[in-house]
Write a protein that binds this ligand. Structure first.
Ligand code: NA7
Length: 542
């Protein structure tokens, strides 16, 4: 069915839809819209497909979701032919997988690589968007779909002297393609989030000496990764329908479901035994499959925090170091839980040192290393595992202009305002995948839902010969208030993290905002389904 979305509005834009980004969202969106015969172009800054899995090549980068719950579910053939080698696949395997998807569905022919979008401007007279690339090239489109990722704009610390360092330095999300040789090297890692933890535990055995600069310790739990044998592989393939049905029912689309009991509805012994069981199990069970109240009730949360603190003390020999690794300013699971493989044991190695930069702050980067208030450390390599300008950061990088030149950055000055996390008032025909205020969780599951919803909306527009779709101010207010209300009472919203929009390295990102939808994924989908079932009547359609 080749047709074009143009109900009399002229001139006809170059494309029916432009998608920014060829990561997991962009690839699937391209597949779905091209299936309908639309003229689509994807613009991607990288040289290949993969998004997050293209950029984050740092040592030890891997899933914390079970591999088989993370892959796309839309193609039975793909599910049956692809074999994940481990329960939690490493980045090279995931990148191979996404390249396989691009090959299998012949996606590359509609993707323009090395093409960073710098601006996107809406024109009312043509009801179309014009995007500008870094090299000045421009392309117009009826629909603009952002698939730019919630964690894709890396941020470096604002430490004086960063450019003076004579050795090699890398941000984990801009890791070089060629392998980095750590043998005999003196290496620094700044940052101990999920990325820092994976990096540290992977390179500790390869470096000459490793110094970890920690500002805030995070609660971590064992990943318990393992190879998938042939028998398990067959079982996984046979159980895909059940598995995806389960992911559809759980709070955040993971395989793990919260225990229906509260932490104090069981005896102390039972609670301890339950925590031991969760600590010994694979993946996010200890976070997503724990007692139902640990993320909302301070006392319930304290029980699991104390349990994990005990584990840290048992695993780290030097008790002064163990105490530094135990978080004090937030409870277990109230930030994104890093999963680890012998992370704590790294600190028992003679060649590893932990520097608490609250005690001895970093004063500057020097040509030879890092100077704290205490001394200068000499390094060959500095690794910045300092995270991202999350959720809205990638939107801030593109000059989005809506009706009458309205700037998205102005509109979102006090935090994002969206309709279903997908649309913005005064930004007609712009549709966001995994933007602010959407359910994230086990992200490919959320991606598939959102892409299908956006596809449904575009098909509706085609069928009704509509060329202008816009969220109303009332719709945006309702959704934004709803998302804020959902965040109330959650311990995670009282903590500084990327999930609450905090980034100490970005001007103006020191105040907590509600950037994520924190209700259940089933509730999110129910709301979006209802909007579609009612013919998108809540939108301004033209
Ligand atoms: P995170 O989770 O934001 O972690 C960044 C880490 O870097 C964290 O420990 C920060 O300490 C630290 N950091 C940031 N800036 C500085 C400065 N200026 N000085 C010292 N330390 C600093 O990012 P990740 O990449 O680990 O993970 C992001 C998500 O990607 C993760 O949740 C997964 O979903 C995938 P802080 O805690 O701010 O004190």
């Amino acid at each position: 069915m080749a047709q074009t979305i143009n109900a009399g509005a002229t001139p006809i834009p170059d494309f029916d839809a432009i998608i920014i980004g060829a990561g997991m969202s962009g690839l699937y969106q391209l597949y779905r819209l091209r299936e309908q015969g639309l003229r689509i172009r994807v613009f991607e800054a990288g040289t290949e497909v993969g998004g997050t899995w293209y950029w984050n090549r740092y040592p030890g980068a891997r899933f914390d979701s079970e591999s088989y719950s993370y892959g796309y579910s839309f193609s039975q053939e793909l599910l049956q032919e692809w074999e994940w080698s481990e329960h939690f696949a490493g980045q090279p395997e995931t990148l191979r997988y996404l390249n396989h998807v691009a090959d299998k569905f012949d996606l590359r022919r509609d993707i323009q690589f090395r093409s960073r979008v710098t601006a996107a401007v809406y024109a009312e007279d043509t009801r179309s968007w014009t995007i500008t690339l870094e090299d000045g090239a421009q392309h117009s489109t009826r629909f603009l779909i952002t698939a730019i990722g919630p964690l894709s704009t890396p941020t470096l610390p604002r430490i004086e002297g960063r450019d003076d360092f004579k050795g090699a330095s890398f941000h984990t999300a801009r890791w070089p393609k060629a392998p980095v040789d750590f043998s005999g090297k003196r290496v620094a890692v700044i940052g101990t989030g999920a990325t820092g933890v994976q990096t540290i535990q992977t390179i500790a055995g390869q470096v000459g000496h490793l110094t970890v600069f920690q500002r805030t310790p995070n609660w971590c739990a064992p990943l318990h990764n393992g190879k998938i044998d042939a028998e398990t592989q067959a079982k996984i393939k046979a159980s895909y329908p059940d598995m995806f049905a389960r992911c559809k029912e759980t709070f955040a689309c993971f395989l793990h479901t919260p225990d229906p009991r509260g932490a104090f509805e069981v005896s102390d012994e039972e609670r301890e035994a339950f925590y031991e069981k969760l600590y010994a199990e694979r993946g996010f069970g200890i976070w997503q499959g724990n007692f139902k109240d640990i993320l909302i009730d301070r006392k319930a949360n304290a029980t699991i925090s104390e349990f994990v603190a005990r584990k840290i003390r048992q695993r780290v020999k030097n008790q002064a170091v163990a105490e530094k690794l135990i978080p004090r300013n937030h409870g277990f699971g109230t930030r994104r839980l890093p999963l680890e493989t012998f992370y704590y044991e790294v600190y028992n190695q003679d060649n590893v040192e932990l520097v608490d930069i609250n005690e001895t702050p970093i004063e500057r980067i020097t040509p030879d290393g890092i100077r704290t208030s205490d001394r200068e450390y000499i390094f060959d390599i500095i690794i910045y595992a300092t995270g991202f300008d999350a959720i809205t950061g990638s939107f801030d990088k593109i000059d989005f202009r809506g009706v009458g030149g309205a700037r998205l950055t102005d509109k979102w000055k006090r935090g994002p305002e969206t309709y279903l996390g997908i649309m913005v008032h005064e930004f007609p025909n712009m549709l966001m995948l995994m933007g602010p205020h959407t359910a994230l969780g086990n992200i490919p599951r959320s991606i598939e839902y959102s892409v299908d919803w956006v596809t449904g909306l575009i098909l509706f527009a085609m069928e009704k010969r509509l060329t202008r779709l816009e969220a109303t101010p009332e719709g945006v207010k309702f959704w934004t208030d709803h998302v804020k209300a959902l965040g109330e009472g959650l311990l995670s919203n009282e903590v500084n993290s990327w999930m609450t929009g905090i980034n100490s390295n970005v001007e103006g990102k020191q105040t907590r905002i509600v950037a994520r939808y924190s209700g259940s994924a089933p509730a999110y989908r129910a709301r979006c389904d209802e909007v579609a079932a009612k013919g998108y009547a809540e939108l301004r359609l033209g």
